[in-house]
Ligand binder design. Structure first.
Ligand code: ADP
Ligand code: MG
Length: 701
């Protein structure tokens, strides 16, 4: 089969025509035969089963029943007429109901004649009814040899309204198979097909659209999911390999005095084994002649900062500069203060650059970066400005990756002729499966161990009606010298109300915890940065005991003496956000607590989130639940969700297939990096077409 026929515009398919073609393009993005072929059904109606009326269940979805109509009547109601048929089989009776088109339906229905009806059932007062069923005479039904599994294609309201029903899509799909003779070019290499016992492309395409049996449908799905994931992984892995081969990186071959001196004499604590392992992994990369692009994952509080610092010292030992970029000013400032203090004995030059750095200072920093006087620069987005030029940037570290887009990462790349090594740190654990797909072109290191001596945070869920008890608890903790965070939700859609809640909450706290005995800080997005910083600082210094805030404090801040985190309207937060917020406490030696406050009305998802939070402190476990609740697109935000716009595979559910696909993609490239072997010509061809058509999204810089 000539593959070019699949590039034919959809207008040319018999039965489509310009109007329908237009709708298919606009509503489903179907431009070519190929696009139509890749419109995979969402689900299949199982028409292999026939139900008896006494087998119907309250929650039955679509069912098929054989019986006959014994009675027809019109019923007048306030909202209009409806036609009701009494339908019986040898086990009982039910109703078929029509709200529209009564006349011709009534005329066409035959009494006391066996029918096969198909549709969704409702139960009311113990009587089942099926509105607007699909009807077919049993004699016709037995004659027609349709596939038992009927595909249901993705659709839109507009398509249905314009008459492009599922049946129509089915018809044009049949036409597509007629015109192409159902012959498609194989896209997977013979050895893989053989080893995994995958069915050939033609059989897969046929059975995904016209399944002959449940078993063949399953095989078709498996093969097509595998194919989709295989090519995504192939692309990611190939990219990674190319980078390692082609893009030379700075070689940090020396472990010099700064690193060693710091490690031997100034490390404030013993590193955990996980920290040591990760530093080793990074050192290997840095000394490998290739540019490093590594993702460092570690739960909140796992100690990523010290790892970042040690890597920066390695860069400096090899006569390079290093930078650390954080998403917020507060966080950048904290990193700066912490790191400057740690390396004070080393005599290195380190500065902070943020949006609020004064012009004169800013100029001085620009100059010192360019002439190489500065060893380390820590900052916010301000580091990305074109004016910021380095003498020799060797390592760029990005903290809390999820706040930065891909574009920003690539901006850092271009600060030198040779790109610096890049280390991306994230505290929002991404389940491995997702990381593989999103960051398949990055290498991944994981800190899977918390520093010793941490007491797990105790998390409880309390209803608003128990507020008095909670207040008493807060008072007791403050008496013991602890500090408390109280966080309110703030989302754009309900911003006004949310601010009111925040300010009301603040006012009532001021009554419950009066001055001068108690001091309360407040931080929210409508404040000037300077005021925010002032309030934040008072809390950090222990001058205030309570910090009332919106989620601006979510990321990174470190106040070890704060041991209580109260989250108001906790049902409105996402799981990973709750986990991040909770991570603000539990940083000191004291037992810490997280109290999730909610009203009594909770959705099932909210309940799951709250229960998960109370049950575990493990960020990876939480991320897995989050992924299941929200789906992958949501987790990464709309910006990156396109990546997961898979046609048939599901990253969560098809985890195992993903792993297999990744393994085979890796093997393929390992054994035959340029895809030169005869059996890989198919792969090479398919791959080049995918890259050319950008059918697989060009995700990462
Ligand atoms: P995160 O991974 O969330 O960025 P940090 O780097 O801020 O975590 O570390 C959290 C806290 O744990 C800091 O106060 C840090 O000094 C401390 N810490 C980090 N590593 C260790 C360790 N190996 N032993 C003891 N404390 C550590
Ligand atoms: Mg951190």
């Amino acid at each position: 089969m000539n593959s070019d026929i699949l590039q034919t515009p959809i207008d040319y398919l018999k039965g489509v025509g310009p109007n329908r073609a237009d709708l298919l393009r606009k509503e489903l993005g179907i431009h070519t035969y190929q696009d139509l072929l890749s419109l995979f059904p969402n689900r299949y109606l199982d028409k292999t089963q026939y139900y008896k009326i006494n087998q119907l269940q309250n929650n039955a979805s679509e069912v098929q029943v054989i019986g006959k109509i014994v009675h027809l009547k019109m019923v007048e109601q306030k909202r209009g007429k409806r036609l009701i048929a009494t339908f019986i089989d040898d086990t009982g009776q039910m109703e078929l109901v029509w709200f529209r088109g009564h006349k011709w339906i009534k005329e066409s229905l035959k009494l006391n004649t066996p029918y096969v009806v198909f549709g969704k059932t409702n139960a009311f007062n113990g009587v089942f009814s099926m509105p607007h069923p699909e009807m077919e005479l049993l004699t016709e039904h037995e004659k027609s040899l349709r596939s038992a599994m009927q595909p249901v294609y993705p659709s839109t309201e507009k398509l249905t309204n314009k008459g492009i029903t599922n049946r129509v899509i089915n018809k044009i799909m049949q036409q597509l198979f007629i015109e192409t003779k159902g012959k498609f070019i194989e896209t997977l290499a013979e050895p893989i097909l053989h080893e995994l016992k995958l069915i050939p492309k033609n059989a897969a395409m046929f059975n995904i659209h016209f399944p002959k049996s449940q078993e063949l449908l399953y095989k078709a799905q498996y093969r097509l999911k595998f194919e989709e994931l295989f090519y995504i992984q192939l692309q990611l892995i190939a990219k990674n390999l190319t980078r390692k081969q082609k893009i030379k990186g700075f070689n940090f071959d020396q472990v010099g005095t700064y690193f060693t001196n710091f490690y031997k004499n100034h490390l404030p604590f013993e590193l955990t084994n996980a920290q040591k392992r990760v530093i080793k992994e990074i050192r290997n990369d840095l000394g490998s002649n290739a540019q490093m692009n590594r993702l460092l994952q570690g739960d909140v509080g796992s100690g990523k900062t010290i790892v970042a610092l040690m890597c920066m010292l390695l860069a400096i030992d090899n006569n390079f500069q290093a930078c650390l970029m954080a998403p917020t000013e507060i966080l950048a400032t904290q990193h700066y203060q912490g790191i400057a203090e740690l390396i004070a004995p080393l005599g290195l030059q380190i500065k902070l650059l943020t949006g609020s750095t004064k012009t004169a200072e800013r100029r001085a920093i620009h100059e010192a970066l360019e002439n190489g006087e500065l060893h380390i620069i820590i900052g916010t987005h301000a580091l990305l400005e074109d004016k910021v030029q380095f003498k020799n940037l060797g390592l760029a570290i990005i903290d809390e990756q999820h706040r930065f887009g891909v574009a920003q990462r690539s901006k850092l790349w271009h600060k030198n002729d040779i790109p610096p090594h890049i280390l991306v740190m994230t505290a929002t654990p991404i389940p491995r499966t997702l990381a593989m797909s999103l960051y398949g072109d990055l290498d991944i290191s994981v800190i899977d161990e918390l520093p010793p001596g941490r007491k797990p945070i105790k998390t409880v869920h309390r209803y608003d009606s128990n507020r008095l008890k909670v207040l008493r608890f807060i008072r007791d903790e403050i008496e013991k010298g602890r500090q408390v965070y109280i966080v309110y939700p703030l989302i754009q859609e309900s911003e006004k109300m949310d601010y009111k809640d925040l300010m009301d909450g603040y006012a009532s706290l001021e009554r419950d915890f009066p001055k001068p005995k108690h001091q309360i800080s407040i931080v929210h997005g409508q404040m000037k940065p300077a005021d925010k910083d002032y309030e934040m600082e008072r809390f950090v210094n222990g001058e205030t005991q309570i910090m009332v805030a919106t989620t601006v404090i979510e990321v990174g801040v470190n106040v070890p003496n704060a041991s209580v985190m109260i989250i108001e309207s906790a049902e409105r937060f996402g799981l990973s956000q709750l986990h991040q917020l909770r991570g603000r406490v539990g940083r000191g030696a004291e037992q810490s607590f997280c109290i999730l406050m909610t009203g009594h009305k909770l959705s099932n998802d909210s309940k799951t989130r709250l229960e998960t939070m109370c049950a575990t402190n493990d960020g990876f476990e939480i991320a897995e639940v989050d992924l299941k609740l929200r789906g992958p697109g949501d987790i990464m935000g709309t910006q990156q969700s396109g990546v997961l716009n898979l046609k048939i595979a599901d990253i969560v559910k098809d985890n195992d297939i993903l792993k297999t696909a990744r393994y085979y993609a890796m093997q393929t490239l390992k054994e035959d990096p340029s895809l030169a072997a005869p059996h890989n010509q198919i792969v090479k061809y398919t791959f080049s077409k995918i890259v050319k058509n950008k059918t697989i999204w060009n995700y990462i810089s």
